[in-house]
Design a protein around this ligand. Structure first.
Ligand code: THU
Length: 133
């Protein structure tokens, strides 16, 4: 993957931060999910007055893409206004494990250019998947 391309995905996740619907937490999260064909889907967290209905940025990106017929993913970037690279929640890690290979790279971003490179397996070791059913 070209460095310019990865920068575009990072820029997309960071740009999504401004669209997050976060009137309760004021904690925006942005995501950019990349398909193997190179298409990108942005995701944002979308909160609700009934707090438990909140959908995280990562899951928004996956649900947008999967509902458009996508099933092959190559990369995920997640961005937060955090001092350390943002840490995806457990529910989003489980959704990553559902739709991505364990080796798929996930780039985690915070403020001031901090970045952490991980894989889906590193984020959720010993995941429960369809093979366990
Ligand atoms: N949030 C995400 O969007 N992704 C994560 O992985 C962590 C948490 C959102 C949910 C909620 O809107 C806000 O961050 C605070 O929990």
């Amino acid at each position: 993957m070209k460095q310019e391309t990865k920068q575009e995905w990072k820029d997309s996740a960071i740009a999504a931060l401004d669209k997050a619907y976060v009137p309760y937490s004021h904690f925006p999260v942005g995501a950019c999910l990349v398909t193997k064909s190179g298409k990108t889907y942005q995701g944002i967290n979308i909160e609700n007055a009934s707090f438990g209905l909140t959908n995280c940025a990562e899951r928004t990106a996956f649900f947008k893409a999967v509902s458009e017929g996508e099933s092959e993913f190559a990369h995920l970037v997640v961005a937060g206004h955090t001092p350390e690279p943002i840490s995806p929640c457990g529910a989003c890690r489980q959704v990553m494990a559902e739709f991505c290979s364990p080796e798929m790279p996930v780039t985690l971003l915070g403020d001031n250019g901090v970045e952490k490179q991980m894989t889906v397996r590193e984020l959720l070791p010993y995941a429960f998947t369809e093979e366990d059913l």
